[in-house]
Ligand binder design. Structure first.
Ligand SMILES: Nc1nc2c(c(=O)[nH]1)N[C@H]1C(S)=C(S)[C@@H](COP(=O)(O)OP(=O)(O)OC[C@H]3O[C@@H](n4cnc5c(=O)[nH]c(N)nc54)[C@H](O)[C@@H]3O)O[C@H]1N2
Ligand SMILES: Nc1nc2c(c(=O)[nH]1)N[C@H]1C(S)=C(S)[C@@H](COP(=O)(O)OP(=O)(O)OC[C@H]3O[C@@H](n4cnc5c(=O)[nH]c(N)nc54)[C@H](O)[C@@H]3O)O[C@H]1N2
Ligand code: SF4
Ligand SMILES: [Mo]
Length: 735
């Protein structure tokens, strides 16, 4: 079968441990899988699809009994899930049954944010939107409408917006998540880490996790592979101010002072170089600027790093030697959500450089070269070209931003610089929880002539919309083909298992309908979505019928390591791994990372850290009754000694108040030895205040509300948000 070329990959990227209840699942062979969502059907049907509770897109099989959704399990044919879903995926059926769901299109009938609506027909909603979009276009140009879209479900809306003529299409996955990592790796190796990460965790002999809290961060394949690596005796080194689930599996746990990881990374590299422990042949063959690199890191001894990080110099040496002992199967995990301190691209670059010293890029147990099926895009007419260009990064202020900045579009909406943005189309991203400083988001929204939100529940962002469009949940709809970049090439189909309970519709249908109202119908030449699939798959020599039946089609395994014949080519300016970066030097940045101490907080305050819980995704699952049954509110982790000082015990309620005087909803205390005394920690996504979210309303507290400050990464515009500090307000009563 067709497999895509490396060249196209470059082009495209240029653009359980006992931790989890991931029960192994026995399912029948693909032969008894059927595919149609027919509510009257009797008996048991198994419909292959892929999960949408997070962006990992695990292959799954939905079980429908007498027309009713029963359960969902992993598809054993799928290389991502390998037959097992994570607890969130298993609880995904709760999304279909959620009584808080949006049921019909809504138009605002009072001030923005009041959450008062009139139910309208789809036709009325589209008329309203099209009229506004065309007015905005006539007055300010097509670029004045921006699309915020997260996840594969937004693909057809992206296509519509490109056809409309706007280049302003963005997702929080860059400036609020993995952007700095991909920039740091791209500057070093010429390629992104991308998603799913090209990390060969299962073959690693030494795995270093810096923050990445696998096991709470439940990205399925990574967690499964982490368990495998542990079983095979890999040494695990975890660096985290909090004793995470991953830390409990580690041989070395380094409770680092928050924000000082770059100091540790520099000291590790210093040891490896000074003790002559690097992969010399690899570095000589593929490296550029190694001598300058060596002289630059000479000052960063473990003794220098000790007062910065709080990590004993001998532990720094010991762990560096262990990494070197296992090279090249030593994987310093690049992390994923890395927008922490504003120096994140340089910290990520240091991670890339440490991997480069150990020769793990392109090697088994390090970073592999992903492969993909060659499924050509649909042959649409060409998009109109924008004369204005993108709005998010005027004058390339952030020279290494290679994707569009959400917060850049927000900024332009607030200031009109470089030009005005008057319409936001928001698909599946809760901008109130996802972007730092919610006040700025709300102010920007108040400048708009049109805010459309496509969601499945009445989220906070939907509460601010002029028009809310209710989408069918993933178990009720087709979405675009998932042509994944992974260890092995495959293509997966999301298809409906059941019908939507009310007047909800899939986004491809919305995009096609709206295209008609905007005079862009010729951009949607296919009559049905099936026709679209058939055409794309036929062009790849694949059968839609077979894909419908199996949910997944595989390509032939390709070489994925240098040793297997992948050419060691690096798309950097020098064509080599850049230990020293001329591009950075020319743009006025450090060509080799250097360390700056992060600023501290007011006396008596604690740094606010946040992360994931195994049974929830961001702010999107708290109203899913199956998942909220397992975790209904978040807690604030407070160091046990600190709690004692405040006379607090686990179960008491407090409020957190940040440096700008913003106070949180009440939140339960977890007094624990498992966190440093200089920080507190909470799970992201709780503390909902949208009225329509009846079940999760005001349960737990929102980290997002407290993240009023952020530091922008000067290389690429990412928003570092671990820069907020809170005090603990105890007057809330003991509970
Ligand atoms: N269950 C679940 N899993 C998920 C998701 C989800 O919503 N739910 N979301 C997915 C997505 S998109 C992402 S991006 C990932 C995010 O997950 P990760 O990429 O693993 O990272 P973070 O959420 O940034 O990391 C939180 C961890 O970093 C630690 N930490 C905080 N500050 C510092 C510091 O200064 N130094 C160090 N070394 N550690 C620090 C925290 O204590 C915490 O353990 O999770 C993915 N997996
Ligand atoms: N404070 C803070 N901010 C963060 C993070 C953090 O940890 N703390 N994490 C950052 C990271 S790593 C990421 S990746 C981003 C994630 O940011 P987002 O992707 O915005 O995540 P959510 O908050 O879950 O918002 C998803 C929205 O999509 C809706 N939705 C769910 N399913 C569907 C569907 O099928 N169709 C439609 N149309 N809508 C649907 C949900 O109801 C919800 O309103 O946030 C970033 N921002
Ligand atoms: S990791 Fe879990 S929630 Fe994410 S797609 Fe896979 S099963 Fe679904
Ligand atoms: Mo993320």
């Amino acid at each position: 079968m067709n497999t895509i070329s490396r060249r196209r990959f470059l082009k495209i990227t240029g653009a359980t441990i006992s931790i989890a209840a991931t029960g192994t699942v026995a399912v029948g062979s693909a032969d008894d899988l059927v595919t149609k969502a027919s509510p009257d059907a009797k008996g048991l049907r198994k419909i292959p699809t892929y999960c949408d509770i997070c962006f990992w897109k695990c292959g799954a099989i939905a079980y429908v009994n007498d027309g009713k959704l029963w359960k969902i399990e992993g598809n054993p044919e799928d290389p991502l899930s390998r037959g097992r879903l994570c607890p969130r995926g298993t609880g995904g059926v709760g999304a279909h049954f959620d009584p808080d769901r949006l049921r019909a299109p809504l138009i605002r009938k009072n001030d923005r944010g009041k959450e008062e609506w009139v139910e309208v027909t789809w036709d009325e909603a589209f008329d309203y939107i099209a009229k506004k979009m065309l007015e905005i276009k006539a007055r300010y140009g097509p670029e004045a409408t921006a699309l915020f879209s997260h996840g594969i479900g937004g693909n057809f809306l992206k296509h519509l917006m490109k056809a409309f003529g706007t280049p302003n299409i963005t997702a929080p996955s860059f400036a609020q998540c993995r952007g700095p990592r991909d920039v740091g790796f791209r500057l070093t190796f010429g390629e992104d880490v991308s998603s799913p990460e090209r990390t060969d965790i299962k073959n690693a002999r030494c795995l270093v996790l810096i923050g990445s809290h696998l096991g709470e961060n439940m990205h399925n394949t990574q967690v499964q592979e982490f368990a495998e690596a542990i079983e095979q005796g890999a040494s695990i080194i975890v660096v985290d101010p909090r004793y995470s689930v991953a830390a409990s599996k580690a041989k070395w746990y380094l409770p680092i002072k928050p924000g000082t990881d770059l100091a540790l990374l520099l000291a590790w590299m210093n040891v490896i170089v000074t003790e002559n422990l690097c992969d010399r042949e690899y570095v000589q063959k593929y490296g550029f600027g190694f001598d300058q690199f060596v002289s630059s890191i000479g000052q960063y001894t473990p003794e220098w790093a000790y007062p910065e990080t709080g990590i004993d110099p001998e532990i720094i040496r010991e762990t560096a030697r262990e990494m070197a002992r296992q090279k090249p199967a030593t994987l310093i995990h690049p992390g994923r959500h890395v927008t922490w301190y504003g120096d994140d691209a340089q910290r990520s670059r240091a991670i890339a450089l440490l991997n480069a010293l150990l020769g793990s890029w392109g090697r088994k147990g390090g970073f592999y070269y992903p492969a993909s099926m060659d499924v050509p895009p649909y042959p649409y007419p060409e998009y109109p070209k924008s004369s204005k260009g993108k709005v998010d990064n005027p004058n390339q202020k952030y020279p290494f931003a290679h994707e569009t900045l959400t917060t850049g579009i927000r900024e332009a909406t607030l200031t009109g610089n470089p030009y005005l943005v008057k319409g936001w189309f928001v698909y599946a991203t809760n901008l109130i929880h996802a972007l730092p400083n919610e006040e700025e988001t709300i102010k920007a929204i108040q400048n708009l002539d049109l805010l459309v939100v496509v969601d499945v529940i009445p989220s906070e962002i939907a509460g601010w919309a002029d028009v809310v469009l209710p989408e069918s949940v993933y178990l009720e709809r087709f979405d675009d083909l998932n042509v994944e970049w992974f260890r092995e090439p495959f293509v997966a189909l999301r298809q409906p298992a059941v019908e939507s309970p009310n007047d909800q519709k899939p986004s491809w249908w919305m995009a096609k309908q709206l295209s008609g109202k905007l005079g862009l119908g010729h951009y949607f030449p296919w009559k049905t979505i099936e026709e679209y699939f058939e055409q794309r798959l036929a062009a790849a020599g694949l059968s839609f019928e077979e894909l419908k039946k199996k949910g997944i089609l595989h390509g032939d395994r390709q070489p994925i390591y240098f040793d297997e014949g992948v050419p060691a080519e690096f798309s950097t300016p020098s064509g080599k791994i850049e230990f020293y970066s001329l591009q950075l030097a020319q743009a006025g940045f450090d060509p080799v990372p250097t360390y700056n101490r992060p600023s501290g907080g007011p006396p008596g305050s604690f740094r606010l850290l946040y992360g994931r819980a195994p049974v929830h995704s961001f702010s999107r699952t708290q109203s899913n009754r199956i998942l909220s049954d397992m975790m209904d509110e978040n807690e604030v982790w407070i160091n046990a000694d600190v709690a004692l000082r405040y006379e607090l015990k686990s179960g008491d309620y407090v409020r957190l108040k940040n440096q700008d005087g913003v106070a949180s909803n009440r939140i339960k205390v977890k007094a624990t030895e498992r966190i440093r005394p200089d920080c507190v920690y909470m799970v992201h996504g709780f503390g909902h205040n949208a009225k329509g979210l009846k079940h999760p309303y005001m349960k737990g507290a929102s980290d997002a509300q407290l993240l009023t400050r952020y530091v922008i990464d000067p290389l690429m515009g990412g928003t570092g948000i671990n820069m907020n500090f809170v005090t603990i307000e105890t007057e809330v009563l003991h509970g």
